[in-house]
Design a protein. Sequence first.
Length: 335
Amino acid sequence: MTTATFDRRRFLRTTAFAVAGAMCGSRVGDALADDKITLRLSSPATPGDQRAVALTSVFAPAVRAFATFEPHWNAELFKQGTELEAIARGNLEMSITSAQELASLYPEWGIFTAGYLHRDAEHQKKVFAADFMDPMKKKVEDELGVKLLTVMYLGRRQLNLRIEKEIKTPDDLAGVKLRMPGTDAWQFLGKALGANPVPVAFTEIYTALQTGAIDGQDNPLPSDKDSKFYEVTKQICLTSHLVDLNYLAFSKKVWDGLAPDRQAAVQKAADDAAESGRQKQLKLESELEQFFKDKGLKVYTPDVDAFRKHVQKAYLDSDFAKDWPQGMVDKINAL
Ligand code: KDO
């Protein structure tokens, strides 16, 4: 089981050189002059995931006049968690990033990784559009060379376990080996839920469940269906502990090389794709409980209040909260 370990200082130091290096010639620079640019995207998402479907069916056609969208799903081009570095070095143009990945570089983004903070898909849009996000987005553009085009709805993360034990409160998760993605922010969420978090890449979850290397994982219902996790698990416990999101990341260098009308076209294509995926994901979420029950899984709601209290206390008592911009939790709750 592999996950990307991270040396933030080494990365930011080498990135500065890489961003500069990318300035003096990439396959994009050469192409700008007289033909289409190529937008390579790498993501661990599967081709059937609603974010992937939206990018291939809405984003790609909308930019086809001047860009070829070249997706690489199932982390086939870059390992989960290494895509931002690849964009900064000029080896990739797009990715589906997360607050957890950004928080590994800029701890202030950790606020968006906290459980039970975002209320729903519309709240995510309001927060992303809020002016208090501007300086955070600008820092990622200036220092990392990554533009965050739009927010994508991934869904309500639920516990999906291969063990039979009923989980009602965080205490019931004590000692449960719960797979979480490999960044510190994700590992902390696993601990805050009461479990024993184990870092495993998304593309390796199925095998880890099958072999018993882990007792469970957390993802939104559409991902559990799409990746067939129901084949190797016995229950879904509806904690809704994180209303999860991603950001569509785009190379700032490529963006700056586009004429204003093409920048506007890319921005609209990204927002339209995000909205299309969001509505489809919400519809799936509302329909899938019965699907899993029909597959023989137990699907039930635990004491969500107990989980919310336990998780929120864990964050507020943690070092993570020290990096959160002053007063931003209140601003987010007020939206
Ligand atoms: C996961 O690894 O569980 C996760 O859901 C984390 C998300 O931030 C995102 O990376 C997602 O995987 C991938 O896009 C695969 O769906």
